[in-house]
Write a protein that binds this ligand. Structure first.
Ligand SMILES: C[C@](O)(CO)[C@H](O)COP(=O)(O)OP(=O)(O)OC[C@H]1O[C@@H](n2ccc(N)nc2=O)[C@H](O)[C@@H]1O
Ligand SMILES: Nc1ncnc2c1ncn2[C@@H]1O[C@H](COP(=O)(O)OP(=O)(O)OP(=O)(O)O)[C@@H](O)[C@H]1O
Length: 282
């Protein structure tokens, strides 16, 4: 049996830089993968099977369409491997919420099954399989601070990168990714996110403060209560930046210290018991 935590993808900033002929938007985004997330467990099995548990298991829809099973089938096709696996997914992350839970699960399944089945696959081949599953999967395979460009396939890791704490909040509002992109006005300018000297949080937070998430205004138009979440985060002592991740609706606050992030989380969880509130280290 082998297992792995599928870490969420958090877009600390996201700029839309253009549109491809097929309608997909070109992005530039600084992404991190905080510690915590879904759990994927794989065992040798006769066929391919998936069981799902955890607090958000009811939200993921039809199991046969699950990205974990799609990843497993694609890996079999690419490698000619005909072994089976029993896969367990513990769904701890809210679904369709802008933190790429499905993409993280698919990436974790690819990594675990390639190991379980002893597939001889280079990192580039794995990246190609990942991209065919979703734009965020290549980044989720790396799971380190990075800048993604194109639609997600053009990746540059950022090293060194400072540590900090991220407070994630999802008010359980759903926003559809295609609808957000449809409502988007592509900005004419693009802040520079070339990282420099990111050994401490100071330069990172000031870089991020000069950036945006271009999908945020469109998502707020669809789900106005995202603004409420952002206001609540901004009001917390020690919160250096509050923003939405991906196409929403999950928002995050950045904190230098664990104690201030934990204090803010307890206060918010008490005041808004229906919200999903989580502190994770980066
Ligand atoms: C916004 C991000 O979360 C940033 O990390 C991702 O780029 C989302 O990428 P994704 O998971 O591939 O998004 P999907 O949920 O598959 O995309 C749904 C729809 O959103 C639109 N879409 C998505 C990604 C993108 N770069 N441009 C788009 O225009 C397309 O109409 C697409 O059919
Ligand atoms: N393992 C999975 N976990 C979550 N959702 C899944 C999974 N497999 C398939 N899905 C489907 O994928 C859709 C998107 O879910 P996901 O949680 O990945 O979205 P997201 O966080 O908005 O991603 P992104 O940030 O890439 O837009 C959901 O509608 C869900 O039904």
């Amino acid at each position: 049996m082998i297992k792995k935590i599928a870490k969420p993808k958090v877009n600390l900033c996201l700029h839309v830089t253009g549109k491809r002929d097929d309608g997909y938007h070109l992005l530039e985004s600084l992404v991190v993968f905080p510690d915590g997330g879904d759990e994927i467990i794989v065992r040798q099995g006769k066929d391919l099977s998936l069981s799902v548990s955890g607090p958000f298991s009811d939200d993921i829809g039809d199991i046969s369409d699950n990205l974990v099973l799609k990843a497993a089938r694609l890996l079999q096709q690419h490698t000619g491997c005909r072994q089976g696996a029993e896969i367990e997914l513990v769904k701890n992350l809210p679904v369709a919420s802008g933190i790429g839970g499905g993409s993280a699960d698919a990436a974790a399944a690819l990594l675990l099954l390639a190991k379980l089945w002893k597939c001889s696959l280079g990192p580039e081949e794995l990246q190609d399989i990942g991209l065919s599953l979703g734009a965020d999967v290549p980044a989720c395979l790396i799971e380190k601070p990075l800048i993604m460009a194109g639609i997600g396939e053009d990746i540059s890791e950022i090293d060194p990168f400072p540590g900090f704490y991220i407070l994630l909040i999802n008010s359980k509002t759903k926003v559809s990714t295609p609808e957000v992109f449809k409502n988007l006005n592509i900005p004419v300018d693009r802040p520079n996110i070339e990282p420099f000297d990111l050994t401490t949080t100071g330069p990172l937070f000031s870089l991020l403060n000069s950036c945006r998430n271009d999908l945020q205004p469109a998502a707020i138009k669809i789900a106005p209560d995202i603004s409420k979440v952002l206001c609540v985060l901004e009001a917390q002592s020690g919160c250096k930046l509050a923003r939405m991740s991906g196409s929403g609706a999950t928002c995050f606050g950045l904190f230098e210290l664990k104690v201030t992030a934990d204090t803010a989380a307890s206060k918010i969880a008490q005041e808004y018991p229906d919200w999903w509130v989580k502190v994770m280290p980066v």
